[in-house]
Design a protein around this ligand. Structure first.
Ligand code: SF4
Length: 328
């Protein structure tokens, strides 16, 4: 795909839904894509700001190669500016440490060497460094590795279509169901996020959805019901929903942590609209995966650790129902 197009005296960035129209010298909302005159340069290309080996459950993905390791990278910059960001030290940073350049091939080889089955583009919003992520992902494919996006779901349509066959799974935030909240507190646009979620489903990527439940901001029964109903109706009741506990961070320091009572309430609301797999994150919680057909426990977890995986060829050993997701 083309990462930008020309429009009069400006270059339009095609990486995310902002479609920033940049004059020569200007940088977009994300702070890391700049019109350098002849083209838009992805300033972080080759310069990850964080590299870790994480359990895949930490992304979180619970129905995708359980208990495997994922080579996880992120850069500085983000197209959202959430006041409660838990990775704000890199996402809201625009200074790029250029002391070491990592070629896409190097990242893919490192992931393989470290015994990872996938590479995750995570920590900050990967759409904004898609040119780099894509080149790494193509190298990773050659080595038999999978690719994962952990995203706020604000990709451009062009990027979503380009991801087909390159990116295998995505965890997308659905942070709220309130248009004003998206616009003023996060930076995106609810309608576009919802359209993107449907677009991803149509393109057949494996999707898991995360909602960080922030006390007083998105935790009313009505809003949780709208979020859960959208997932059930538009993405399918088999789509895992991760409801995650908030803790004070970045600029949002006055709110209390999400109570267990609220998480349980969200869980019950999700169940009431038919969601089959709901997981509670950021707190001690059982989080086993049960067969949606016979109720047999298929995967037992403790935090990010899989304690027991009873799947046989990705299916329930008791009733043979195939568990939705990607398994070995
Ligand atoms: S990635 Fe998004 S925010 Fe950044 S320049 Fe491109 S369109 Fe703008």
């Amino acid at each position: 795909m083309n990462y930008y197009k020309k429009e009069k005296d400006r270059l339009v960035c095609l990486l995310c839904q902002y479609y920033c129209k940049l004059k020569a010298g200007q940088t977009g909302v994300c702070g890391i894509n700049q019109n350098v005159g002849s083209h838009i340069e992805n300033l972080v290309y080759g310069y990850p700001s964080a590299i870790n080996i994480d359990p895949i459950e930490k992304k979180p993905l619970y129905h995708f190669l359980p208990s495997s390791k994922s080579f996880s990278i992120g850069t500085v910059g983000c197209n959202f500016h959430c006041s409660f960001c838990q990775n704000w030290q890199i996402s809201q940073e625009h200074n790029i440490d250029k002391s070491r350049y990592f070629e896409p091939k190097t990242i893919a080889s490192l992931a393989l060497q470290k015994g990872c089955q996938s590479i995750s583009y995570t920590y900050n919003e990967p759409t904004i460094f898609y040119p780099y992520a894509k080149d790494i992902a193509l190298e990773a494919k050659k080595l038999g590795l999978k690719n994962i996006f952990v995203s706020n779901g604000y990709e451009s349509k062009e990027v979503i279509d380009d991801m087909v066959g390159i990116i295998d799974a995505i965890n997308i935030d659905l942070k709220s169901f309130d248009e004003k909240y998206y616009k003023h507190n996060l930076g995106g646009n609810l309608k576009k996020n919802l359209e993107n979620l449907k677009h991803f489903r149509k393109n057949n990527l494996w999707i898991e959805v995360t909602t960080l439940i922030v006390p007083t901001q998105n935790d009313s029964d009505e809003e949780l019901f709208k979020i859960a109903s959208f997932i059930a109706k538009e993405l399918g009741t088999f789509t895992p929903w991760h409801i995650s506990a908030f803790h004070a961070d970045y600029k949002e320091l006055s709110l209390p942590p999400t109570s267990l009572q609220t998480l349980n309430r969200a869980y019950e609301i999700g169940k009431s609209v038919g969601l089959e797999y709901i997981y509670v994150g950021n707190v001690q919680y059982e989080n086993s995966t049960k067969c949606s057909s016979c109720g047999n426990t298929l995967i037992e977890r403790s935090y990010f650790q899989v304690k027991k995986n009873s799947l046989v060829n990705g299916s329930c050993p008791q009733c043979n129902k195939k568990l939705e997701g990607v398994f070995e």
